[in-house]
Write a protein that binds this ligand. Sequence first.
Ligand code: CTP
Length: 400
Amino acid sequence: MLTDKKIILGISGSIAVYKVADWIRALRRAGAEVQVVMTEAAARFVAPLTFAALSGNKVYEGMFDPNDAEQIPHINLAAGADLILIAPATAQTIARLAHGMADDLLSALVLANKSPVILCPAMNSNMYLNSATQNNLAQVREYGYRVVDPDSGSLACNTEGPGRLVDWSSAKEVIYSALSQQDLAGRKVLITAGPTREPLDPVRYLGNRSTGRMGFALATTAKRRGADVTLIAGPVTLPDPPGINVIRINTADEMAGEVLDRSQDMTVVVKAAAVSDFRPATYSANKLKKATAKSTLDLTSNQDILKTLGKKKLEGANPILVGFAAESHDFIKEGWRKLRDKNIDLLALNDITADDAGFAVETNRITLLDQDGTEEKFPLLSKEETADLIWNRVVDLLNK
Ligand code: CTP
C-alpha cells in the first residue's frame, strides 16, 4: 500500500519522541521511504542518529545547515513528499502551524507543501485542553490538516487525561486513508464478520472456526476508501477497528435482527460472516447433565440472512449484495448455485481445503462470481489486499 510513497516524518519535542522510532520501521515495512525532520527540541529527547539509522536517510534539523544550503531543504523536501506526518506534534509546533509561521525547518516545509498533512498531538492534558491549543487545533483542521486525537490515560508527567500519543494502529489508518482513493466516499456500507454462537445451555454452544479477519479487513479497507462503515461482528477476539461503528452479537438471530434493521439505508451489504445454519431446538437455562442429557441434538433452522436480503432486492430494495461461500468441494458449481439462489450481486468463493486460504489464516485466495456470469480467479493475497479487490468490483458495480 505504501510502496514508493515518500513520507516526511516531522518530529517535535515531546517525551513521546521515542515511540515513533517503531513507526518508522512499520512505515518502511509497508514499502514507504521515510525522511525524518526533527525540531531542535525533539533532538534533545532522542538523538537524530537513532532516526537516521532506522529510516536509512539523513535526518534534517535546521533551516540553515551549511551542508545542505544548496538543496534549499524546506522547498525540496516538500516538493518530493506524498505525505507529511507530524508525530508527536507538540503545542508549540501546532501553534506554529496554526499561525502559518515558518521559523523552523518543519513549519517552513509544511507551508511549502501541497501533500496531505497529519498531526498526532502529544502533550500534558492541561496543555492539550487549554483553549489556546484547542483553538490552534481547530485552525489547522480548517486548513485541511488531519488531526488524530490523542489517547487518554496516564501521562509521563504523572497525570491522567488526554494527551498520550495515539497507538500506531490508529495513526496508520489515517495515513492509509489520506493516501487511498476516496471511491467509497459517502457510501454506507454494512459488513458482517466472524462466526455466530448458538447456545445449548449456559456453557455450551454450536459455533465454527471463523476468526472474523476477512470481515474486519473489509471494514478497515472500506473506511480507508471513505465509506461510512458499520460492522456487525460475531464473537471474535479482534479489537474494534478505529473509526468504525462496531456492533457485537452472538447468535444468527441477533445478527439477522441487526442486519435487517439497517440494510435498507445501506449502499452495500457484505456478508462475510460464517452464520450458523442451525441452532439447538431448545435452550436449557440449567447446565445439561450427562446422566440425564439426550445423546442426540434437535436442531431448528436459522433464517438465511443473505437470502432474505436477496428477496428484498427482487422487491426493489437498494443495497448491492456481496456474499461469501466457503466450500470444500465442487466449489465453482456451488458458488454459481448460491449466487443465483440468494440473488447476490457478487460472490467471493474460498476453497477451504487449502491450508493458506479461508478460515483462521492471514491470507486468502478467492474466485469472484457476478450476475453477468464473470468468473475471476485471484492469486493468494493478504486479506486486506483481497478486501481491496472486492471493493474495486463493488465500485465498478456502483458506477455501472
Ligand atoms: N448466510 C447468511 N445467513 C445464513 C447462512 C449463510 O446470511 N443463515 C450467508 C453467509 O454470510 C455467506 C453466504 O450466505 O455470505 C453463504 O454462506 P454459506 O454458509 O457458504 O452457504 P449456505 O447457504 O449456508 O449453504 P451450505 O450450507 O449448503 O454450504
